[in-house]
Design a protein around this ligand. Structure first.
Ligand code: 13P
Ligand code: SF4
Length: 324
């Protein structure tokens, strides 16, 4: 599915890990003239070593303006691919090439091409959580922080396909009053939250505010007093007078919430089963050790054909212009 070759997946290591990984990564950063970009869902150590932490939009903007020669992307494949789309001449590394995304995988290129053909005259707005192939078939890309704003800028008479996340799509429909044709994709992490357990938590913590990411199902969103991207959730918990929050998104974000609002309490929204399914299994594949090896060996590297890159760049640029 990914365009990177199998040979690049071989991360077998022949030398020992340095004792001080933080110092070794700092040295490699200088050697490569690299920038480390990390999503809020990464493990705390990776967030702490990153040059920049952000949500998908902030990371895309950071990738678009970096002067570094190499980008080490501590996130998932579609995010690193986005960085490569914007920076064809830079080395883009992803610490674990298997760090995919269930949402991106729920929208295969061939099936989406047929869906698009069945809806002629529709403008395609795609959530950034999709492959470069889907981006290449899209007119405008959006993220969870600008989806509403972007759809609002499209003339009312223009029919729109919104892909691949049905929950974000429904949320955008509610916020804009627009009728969107939705691709039925979803994120396994954001669909795991239990409405019943969130309601029980609200009873035990009556002062707590529930806050949620728009990739959650509407049964969860209806209990949230604030809905937004990871960056928006982080900002909201700092400005809200509430002292306790039930956080319905991947709990990696709580590391920054605790740093920025140390006196407040953050309770991860529980999943339906007794599992850690609220942690993204793809994001959590990245570790500090793999980040070190990726920089040391300059692999796994993200590559893609120039045709796909150029086709995917156009809707990315439209997004950046429309959300400037
Ligand atoms: P944002 O980074 O836009 O908040 O999206 C969260 C997410 O699911 C990333 O995979
Ligand atoms: Fe994909 Fe969901 Fe993980 Fe985000 S949290 S990377 S949408 S699987």
């Amino acid at each position: 599915m990914f365009t990177t070759t199998l040979a690049q997946r071989d991360t077998t290591q022949t030398s020992a890990l340095p004792l001080d990984l933080f110092a070794a990564i700092a040295d490699l950063k200088k050697e490569l003239n690299a920038v480390i970009l990390a999503h809020y869902y990464q493990e705390p150590d990776i967030q702490d070593i990153a040059d920049f932490i952000g949500d998908s939009l902030q990371l895309a903007k950071a990738a678009a303006k970096t002067n570094a020669d190499a980008i080490v992307f501590a996130g998932v494949h579609f995010m690193a691919e986005t960085a490569k789309i914007l920076n064809p001449d830079k080395l883009v590394l992803l610490p674990d090439l298997n760090a995919g995304c269930s949402l991106a995988d729920s929208c295969p290129a061939e099936a989406f091409a047929a869906f698009k053909a069945a809806h002629p005259n529709h403008l395609v707005v795609s959530y950034i959580n999709c492959s470069a192939d889907i981006k290449a078939m899209s007119d405008i890309i959006c993220t969870s922080s600008n989806a509403v704003k972007i759809v609002q800028q499209i003339p009312k008479e223009q029919p729109i396909i919104f892909a691949p996340d049905r929950n974000l799509g429904r949320y955008v429909m509610e916020q804009t009053g627009r009728d969107l044709v939705l691709w039925e994709g979803s994120c396994i992490v954001h669909e795991t939250f239990s409405e019943k357990k969130i309601v029980q938590l609200k009873v035990i913590h009556p002062e707590a505010e529930a806050i949620a990411h728009p990739e959650c199902e509407s049964s969860v969103l209806r209990h949230a007093s604030f809905i937004g991207s990871t960056a928006a959730l982080l900002k909201y918990c700092q400005i809200s007078p509430a002292q306790e929050f039930i956080v319905a998104t991947e709990p990696g974000i709580i590391h920054q919430m605790q740093k920025l609002a140390p006196s407040k309490r953050f309770i991860p929204a529980p999943p339906q089963n007794n599992c850690n399914c609220n942690e993204c299994p793809f994001m959590r594949l990245n570790t500090l050790e793999k980040l070190y090896w990726a920089m040391k060996n300059r692999t796994p590297e993200i590559t893609m054909s120039e045709d796909i890159r150029l086709a995917a760049l156009r809707p990315m640029q439209r997004m950046l212009e429309m959300s400037a």
